[in-house]
Design a protein around this ligand. Structure first.
Ligand code: SAM
Length: 219
């Protein structure tokens, strides 16, 4: 029997990274997105924030989450599932952007974000925000098949303050089908960032696990 929530999640992986297709797909999916991913056991936002809390507490990482203000950028924030977990755990202020204005409208309704931008692709965003940088940048479910290519990892680092943290998820299938693992080596060889933690095949969604990659951005 076809599982309609899973079918909608899978269909999103066939969008070939085409920004118009992605925009249209998420415009139509925005209302049903939260219920669909909940049905499919999407635990990535919680696990990603667990990773952030573990890595930020380590020696040599200059991000202190206990500080009253740690600026977080939620890249591809969608309906705000990551923002909701961050707020619950007392990490703020949280800003976010997404390609889809309709997804961002749902995130705005939560009232947990300070600033939100819709109609914003990751590609080239660091220039559009005028070089502004955040202590932490997170991308949950964005480096995924049919969405954003591994080469955009550098754009995450450009959004992050020197010494700050950038953490991204990659579904197992994405890491297997792309050169993401090689890109992790390349960004380190270019001195852009250092991989400070990695969880392989961690909990993500019922259907499959994901890798979680935490980088300290070069000072
Ligand atoms: C699977 S959803 C994840 C949303 C949210 N981070 C979460 O964990 O629920 C992927 C999100 O990435 C956004 N997206 C896809 N391609 C993008 C791009 N090139 N730049 C920015 N956002 C993008 C989509 O609009 C969608 O909201």
């Amino acid at each position: 029997m076809t599982d309609p929530s899973l079918a909608r999640i899978k269909a999103a992986h066939d969008l070939s990274g085409d920004l118009d297709n992605l925009t249209q797909y998420y415009r139509d999916w925005a209302d049903a997105y939260d219920a669909d991913v909940q049905d499919e056991g999407y635990v990535a936002p919680n696990f990603l924030v667990d990773c952030l809390q573990q890595v930020a507490g380590r020696n040599g990482v200059a991000v202190d989450l206990a500080r009253p203000s740690v600026e977080v950028m939620d890249v591809g924030c969608g309906t705000g599932l990551v923002g909701a977990v961050l707020k619950e755990r007392g990490v703020q202020p949280i800003d976010g952007f997404d390609l889809s204005t309709e997804m961002v409208d749902r995130a705005r309704d939560l009232g947990v974000y300070r600033e939100l931008w819709g109609d914003q692709p990751l590609e080239g965003v660091s220039e559009r925000v005028g070089g502004r940088k955040w202590d932490v940048s997170l991308a949950c479910g964005v480096f995924t098949l049919g969405h954003v290519p591994p080469s955009e990892l550098s754009e995450m680092f450009r959004l992050t303050k020197p010494g700050g943290l950038a953490i991204v998820t990659t579904r197992r299938s994405y890491a297997d089908a792309t050169d993401f693992v090689d890109e992790v080596e390349r960004v380190q060889a270019r001195g852009e960032a250092e991989l400070v933690d990695r969880v392989l095949d961690g909990p993500y969604i019922k259907e499959e696990g994901a890798h979680y990659w935490a980088f300290r951005v070069a000072a």
